[in-house]
Ligand binder design. Structure first.
Ligand code: KG4
Ligand code: ZN
Length: 350
């Protein structure tokens, strides 16, 4: 089965062709980083206009690279949400029109589930139950995955996503956008033990994450200590990164001891971070289970992961109908609470 994946939830316009759910024939990404860099973050209106101008080219490029024609595509998988409404609508409308024109099925995919599937191309098959840490600019979630396609939210962030914290702290120390790679690079020259930031504690006992306190602590440290010299900046970057990585991996490891997963998955843009990978790999060794990561290309937003997640649902007979539309607050099914009833959430008609 050949699935064309389309992703446009934030600031990457991406298309990919995937065979049988795990063979990536092509994956092309147009990143808008340069467009948004001068504003220090993604400008939604600019993002949707750019998607509109690029999407056709990206789909053509994905088909060309895969060496297949549109008539050979069996189904289309498109990111339905969560994300920026204008950006999502470009992908969803384009995919619906294409599916209608070709007379093939379409499936709307949850972007976060897409990140979970980003590990299927370069690792052995995932053994379930699995524990998946999805860390990106918009999301920080730990999911227990008892079997393929079923998700229980174990931890979520109460405020900022981990990637967002990287981006904001980078801004404070005068680094560009996106902040994650810049902080990681700077931290290489720093001593992570020079400054100690306390780890957030959630008072109601849930294993949730919180990064806004850390962000404030960094901001206070900068104003109290006049951090101007390169070495001070590097030490600060290293201490901040260490605090985020420690919080994420410590929570994952503690939950793994209780839930006893057979596989750990770490994915999303922040999974590019080598300090996070190393810490997660060490935790996996202590737990005696494998840890799977996507390569860099598949860690940040891409359409191959969307095609992979869509392929699974299609193989189970699931289809979206043409009334499917972008859903900015789309959630991954929580096994404790049934998903919100359609119509109760904020929905935008295409
Ligand atoms: O998954 P992604 O491309 O987009 C979202 O769905 O949000 O993630 C982007 C985020 C940004 O916040 C960026 O700063 C962060 O991933 N990121 C990193 C690294 N590379 C990207 N964070 C830490 N270290 C990195 N090397
Ligand atoms: Zn993402």
């Amino acid at each position: 089965m050949l699935v064309l994946g389309i992703e446009s939830s934030c600031d990457e316009t991406a298309a990919a062709v995937v065979r049988d759910g795990h063979e990536m024939l092509s994956s092309v990404i147009h990143s808008q980083i340069e467009l948004h860099a001068e504003y220090g973050g993604v400008v939604p209106e600019l993002a949707s206009r750019e998607h509109l101008g690029r999407i056709e080219t990206m789909v053509r490029e994905a088909l060309d690279k895969a060496g297949v024609s549109l008539s050979q595509i069996d189904a289309i998988a498109v990111t339905q949400g969560p994300g920026l409404i204008g950006s999502l609508l470009v992908g969803v409308c384009y995919a619906k029109a294409l599916a209608l024109g070709l007379g093939i099925p379409i499936i709307g995919v949850n972007h976060i589930e897409g990140h979970v599937y980003s590990v299927v191309f370069e690792n052995p098959p995932v053994e379930y139950p699995a524990l998946a840490l999805i860390v990106s600019g918009g999301h920080t979630n730990l999911f227990f995955v008892p079997e393929e396609g079923k998700y229980k939210v174990i931890s979520r962030t109460r405020d900022d996503a981990a990637g967002e914290a990287f981006d904001k702290v980078a801004k404070m120390i005068g680094l560009g956008y996106p902040g994650g790679p810049a902080i990681e690079k700077l931290a290489l020259n720093g001593d992570k033990n020079k400054i100690r930031f306390t780890r957030a504690k959630i008072s109601d006992g849930r294993p949730d994450f919180s990064f806004s306190g850390l962000k404030t602590a960094v901001s206070r440290y900068i104003s109290d200590n006049a951090v101007t010299d390169e070495q001070d900046k590097a030490d600060l970057a290293a201490a901040f990164q260490h605090s985020v990585v420690d919080t994420l991996v410590d929570t994952m490891e503690r939950q793994a001891r209780e839930l006893k997963p057979k596989t750990l998955i770490v994915a999303g843009g922040v999974a590019c971070n080598l300090a996070l990978r190393e810490a997660a790999e060490n935790a996996a060794k202590r737990l005696g289970v494998p840890a799977y990561f996507p390569s860099k290309h598949l860690s940040t937003d891409n359409a191959a992961m969307i095609a992979a997640a869509g392929s699974y649902h299609l193989s189970k007979g699931k289809r979206s109908d043409l009334s499917m539309t972008a859903d900015v607050t789309l959630r991954l099914q929580n096994l404790d609470t049934e998903p919100a009833v359609a119509g109760k959430r904020k929905r935008y008609r295409t």
